[in-house]
Ligand binder design. Structure first.
Ligand SMILES: NC(=O)c1ccc[n+]([C@@H]2O[C@H](COP(=O)([O-])OP(=O)(O)OC[C@H]3O[C@@H](n4cnc5c(N)ncnc54)[C@H](OP(=O)(O)O)[C@@H]3O)[C@@H](O)[C@H]2O)c1
Length: 294
């Protein structure tokens, strides 16, 4: 049994809560900004009712054994307000966010040896009432080290497929390649089918090529065919699939612009690699962020 707190209970936080509940032996605390009226997760195997304590005030939190952070990347500072109480006894902090800067983002708040970056893939939607619909299995990748093994053990017995990898940097940049091209949906306000258009498909290839170049400079092993793999993946999705950046734009929420495309521009500058397509995507998305949808 472990005491596990989840900070940020949206789509991914909800999935994690369902997985911990299904594992069947943990004491779960859900740390949210607004009170939760219970949490249900509808999964392909059935509905999971999460039995958990819900807190909205960081000052009232007690020390736990593990903290899972599942806020958006831009909410890192707010998430960190929970750490002084939750991590009083040096609990490790698993960061389940997109991007490649999990460590950098949380370095001001958590000792480096206690941070576990996590990559998660899971088809999931958060409903208006706060419940979560998980449409397929969660695939999770962590570093093959002690904290990664402990994290995998926490989810043992659930449906999650947790892989421990010796090459986490490649896993993270591979996911970023996919996410970076998702900017086209957010820019055009159209779901994945928009990438079936030849001209937009070519732009997606260019965005990913920039990501590959910068990722390789960072040490990721990304093959030449990465762009085509990403494009084929989007084209194989149902045409009406909505990525989380588009969902955020449609809902008038902030978007993870910096974590998904800005990082390619910033790190590209460090290595002298030009990233004009990502630079343009960032500039345009920043204009649209927070504007009412036309
Ligand atoms: N959704 C996906 O399919 C998916 C897949 C893979 C990876 N990811 C990544 O996973 C991360 C989480 O994404 P998501 O889709 O789950 O986001 P989400 O549905 O927007 O959920 C984020 C939650 O964090 C909460 N939050 C923000 N600041 C907080 C704070 N200070 N204290 C407590 N709760 C706080 C938000 O509260 P409010 O409800 O009050 O806004 C929201 O409920 C992102 O980095 C995303 O890119 C998502």
């Amino acid at each position: 049994m472990a005491r596990v707190a989840i900070v940020g209970v949206g789509a991914i936080g909800g999935v994690l809560a369902g997985l911990l509940e299904a594992a069947g032996r943990h004491e779960i605390t859900l740390c949210t900004r607004r009170p939760l009226e219970g949490l249900t997760v509808t999964t392909p195997e059935g509905v999971v009712w999460v039995k958990a304590k819900n807190l909205t005030d960081p000052a009232r939190a007690e020390a736990v054994d593990w903290v899972f952070v599942a806020t958006k990347a831009y909410d890192a500072q707010g998430a960190a307000e929970w750490f002084p109480s939750l991590c009083r006894k040096n609990a490790p902090v698993a960061i389940l966010q997109n991007g490649v800067e999990h460590r950098e983002r949380f370095a001001p708040y958590v000792k480096p040896e206690l941070i576990l970056p996590v990559i998660i893939d899971c088809p999931v939607e958060r409903q208006q009432d706060g419940s979560v619909v998980q449409r397929g299995p969660a695939r999770i990748q962590v570093e093959a080290r002690r904290l990664g093994a402990e994290f995998a053990e926490l989810l043992a017995g659930s449906s999650a497929r947790v892989e421990q990898t010796d090459d986490f940097i490649t896993a993270a940049w591979r996911k970023l390649c996919i996410n970076s091209a998702g900017a086209i949906s957010a820019l055009t306000m159209k779901p994945a089918g928009v990438l079936r258009d030849e001209a937009l498909g070519n732009i997606a290839l260019g965005i990913v090529a920039e990501c590959v170049a910068v990722g390789r400079a960072e040490g990721a092993r990304l093959e030449e065919s990465m762009g085509q793999q990403v494009l084929d993946g989007y084209r194989a999705q149902p045409a009406d699939s909505i990525n989380s950046m588009l969902a955020d734009r449609l809902a008038g929420r902030p978007m993870e612009i910096d974590a998904r495309n800005g990082v390619i521009v910033r790190k590209g500058e460090k290595y002298g690699i030009n990233t004009p397509l990502n630079r343009m995507a960032v500039a345009l998305l920043k204009v649209f962020e927070g504007s009412p949808c036309p």
